[in-house]
Design a protein around this ligand. Structure first.
Ligand code: FES
Length: 107
């Protein structure tokens, strides 16, 4: 399977620990720059239909603002309830000022 990366946003558009919501092929994705890395995670909480990009980023996790589950930006796994299912995370590449994301899901 070939992995197709597409431009999500500019690196210079990202502020540390401030998620940016983008849509790629109709899929809402939250792009997060934190601790020198850039991550891409599906923007909808696995517990209810809530945009994760409106939550806070801390310690490599993004917090759902509604009920407080935190999702690991590397694995998408929740650290605690009420969410029990992971959210998809996506590979990211940086090319110059371009943040490229592949919607191929990492397992
Ligand atoms: S909607 Fe995200 S934890 Fe409940």
């Amino acid at each position: 399977m070939t992995t197709t990366f597409q431009r999500a946003c500019g690196l210079s558009e990202l502020s540390e620990d401030t998620p940016k919501r983008v849509e790629l092929d109709g899929t809402p994705v939250s792009v997060v720059k934190t601790e020198g890395e850039v991550y891409a995670i599906y923007d909808i909480c696995s517990h209810a239909n809530v945009s994760l990009s409106e939550g806070e980023v801390e310690d490599g996790q993004i917090e759902c603002w509604l009920h407080g589950s935190c999702f690991d930006l590397r694995s998408g796994k929740p650290s605690g309830p009420p969410a029990t299912r992971p959210v998809p995370v996506y590979p990211v590449k940086i090319e110059g000022d371009d943040v490229l994301v592949s919607l191929t899901q990492e397992s």
